[in-house]
Design a binder for this molecule. Structure first.
Ligand SMILES: Cc1ncc(C[n+]2csc(CCOP(=O)(O)OP(=O)(O)O)c2C)c(N)n1
Length: 347
């Protein structure tokens, strides 16, 4: 079977230990490391809860792709607006969503951001610059083109950023939204996550091109191809793309090459993925790579990194305990917030 993704570029395997250059100060690099650890360890706890039957509904993870969500969201300005997808928990964490909110959301607790009505990451918060994910793939592109248009028309200077999977780039909404954004020259940044599979369909079976970047080119949108497992490369490329969009250069796209290290969701054992692909990409794990880089560059000591990870774990233990103790929603609130009150109904 043909591998859906070849090496990132010739010599990529040998270069995999070298991360992109960065001028981020030490504290910011350690904050990136903390967020990566938080993303992974929170998802590991969610997997345990799922296996214990405590997650209500499906569980969609981002194992192996954490550097993309975190590196990109970390590169934005506070006033920028982000629309994550289901695999972008990391972007939400960067924007200040708490593990307690995420845990209660997945366990449908009454105190969760949606009061138990949605059971995964489908919630937003404009006060934190977060537009809610939309389940229909591709639909966020025209929505975020509109958000970016508002920024342009009102001269607000913020950038709108959203994500799309390789499969999602085959939807009509993606193409219409990209074309609209290009023609209107709005400050939109699209991060296209090329992770090899759309559910069980390898990329090679759903498009005849190798690089998603070609799709952006078709609309006159500049697109760069980035190693999605290098958090510093993703950060730097997003910073540049956002700066260009902010300066009036119109929409920008990044194609980030990566690999989905699990099935589509927790219920999917990924038996259709050749095991050697997992082996190949496990060697490029974005968190271990960054950890080795921090140590080799002398940016952090082993003790500092271990201490950070231990603190993440301790905080998560406390969050988990609190989330498990949170109440389920009372039945009488089941209809609250579902429908707009009918005009004149007094409701
Ligand atoms: C318009 C639309 N069609 C189908 C689905 C069902 N669906 C949800 S996720 C998914 C696969 C998405 O693949 P991709 O865009 O590559 O993202 P990934 O899951 O790899 O992150 C499908 C088909 C959907 N949510 N929306």
């Amino acid at each position: 079977m043909r591998a859906p993704l070849g090496p990132l570029d010739p010599g990529a395997a040998a270069a995999a230990e070298r991360l992109a250059a960065t001028d981020l100060p030490k504290e910011r690099q350690l904050e990136l490391f903390r967020l990566l650890q938080l993303n992974r360890r929170l998802e590991e706890r969610l997997t345990n809860l799922y296996r214990q039957g405590k997650v209500v509904g499906g569980l969609y993870g981002s194992r192996g792709q954490e550097a993309i969500s975190i590196g990109s969201a970390f590169a934005l300005e506070p006033g920028d607006v982000v629309a994550p997808l289901i695999r972008n928990l990391g972007s939400m964490l960067v924007r200040g969503v708490t593990p307690f909110e995420v845990l209660t959301q997945y366990m449908a607790r009454g105190t969760s951001p949606t009061g138990g009505k949605d059971c995964n990451l489908h919630f937003g918060d404009l006060s934190r610059g977060l537009v809610s994910p939309i389940s229909m793939l591709g639909a966020l592109i025209p929505v975020m083109a509109g958000v970016a248009l508002a920024s342009k028309l009102e001269r607000r200077g913020f950038v709108a950023l959203t994500y799309i999977g390789d499969g999602g780039t085959s939807t009509g909404d993606f193409h219409e939204g990209m074309n609209l954004a290009a023609v209107l020259e709005v400050p939109l940044v699209v991060i296209a996550e090329h992770n090899g599979y759309a559910y069980s369909t390898p990329t090679g079976r759903q498009m005849k091109i190798r690089d998603l970047a070609q799709r952006a080119a078709a609309y006159g949108i500049p697109a760069r191809i980035v190693d999605g497992n290098d958090v510093l490369a993703v950060h730097e490329a997003t910073r540049r793309a956002a700066a260009a969009a902010r300066a009036g250069a119109g929409p920008q796209m990044l194609e980030v090459k990566t690999f989905r290290m699990k099935g589509h969701a927790e219920h999917d054992d990924a038996s259709y993925v050749p095991p050697e692909l997992f082996d190949e990409w496990r060697a490029r794990d974005p968190i271990l790579r960054f950890e080795r880089h921090l140590l080799a560059a002398g940016t952090a000591t082993r003790a500092e990194l271990d201490d950070l990870a231990a603190r993440v774990d301790a905080d998560l233990d406390a969050d988990l305990e609190a989330a498990l103790a949170a109440p389920m929603p009372p039945p009488e609130r089941a209809l609250e917030g579902v429908y707009e009150p009918w005009p004149g109904s007094g409701a």
